[in-house]
Design a protein around this ligand. Sequence first.
Ligand SMILES: Cc1cc2nc3c(=O)[nH]c(=O)nc-3n(C[C@H](O)[C@H](O)[C@H](O)COP(=O)(O)O)c2cc1C
Length: 281
Amino acid sequence: MFLPARVIVSRKEIDMAVLYNIYFSGKGTTKICAECIGTGLHMEWKSYDWRKQPCETELKIPREDVLLFSMPVYGGFIPKMCAEMAANLKGNHTPAIIAAVYGNRHYDDALLQMKELLTAQGFWVIAAGAFLAEHSIFPQVAAGRPDEKDQEAMAAFASECSCILEEMDMQQYSEIEVPGKAGYDVQAFQGVPFHPSGDDSCNGCMTCVNACPKKAINSEHPRETDSERCISCGACISVCPTGARNYHGDRYQAAGAQFTEKCSAYRSPETYYVNRRCRYV
Ligand SMILES: Cc1cc2nc3c(=O)[nH]c(=O)nc-3n(C[C@H](O)[C@H](O)[C@H](O)COP(=O)(O)O)c2cc1C
């Protein structure tokens, strides 16, 4: 692929660069990862939480700055609404770091999808990481992650990214290789059949109504959830002050037991760098 020349990124430029720390986080683990990596990059940063503030207009990120794009994995991809919002990002050979946060099953095509979405928007992806977190639907899987070891892996990833940003001659840039199936079909994932709802301890405070990024909770009946709109991100569960919102039902319990049996083996973070081989940390 032909890539136009870019000035060498010098130490001075990186010192002045701003990190655009963009993420979507329903239950908070992706936010933890984004902040852990962001901290390790030692750059001034601006946060964009796409759950709270959807990106509805164009956001230009200049080539002197850096994008950190962290997303949870839903069905092997990034959430559909985030893939759509990514079309509003505009880079100009802007370096980008991508992080997929997943619940111990697999990240499948998420890193490839993120790389392709951002490359099409004018970014140059220099590093990619797949990091582990508690499964937001079945929290008994990968419970307590990201833990201290994961955070160390993210700090090491950030420090490697800093070296690349400081030293890399972007004129030598060639596309990063990340795992994933070419020609993946994002339509293959149509959501999960489980949606949180409120129980008797719901006091109608509306916190969940305001936190839902898909407006799936009706303010007149806040214990109910519109299953057509709900993406099961779990934001309503995390913000509920009485613990009323959660997944319920026998089907959910049975699926949880099966999933736990299949997906509990320990997985480690994986990182990929431009012009370098995959490293397991
Ligand atoms: C709808 C949905 C689909 C998911 N699909 C996957 C998946 O394909 N693979 C996986 O390992 N984890 C999957 N997860 C788990 C999340 O990727 C994981 O829990 C992530 O940490 C959630 O981030 P958050 O805490 O920022 O919301 C899924 C979660 C949801 C809500």
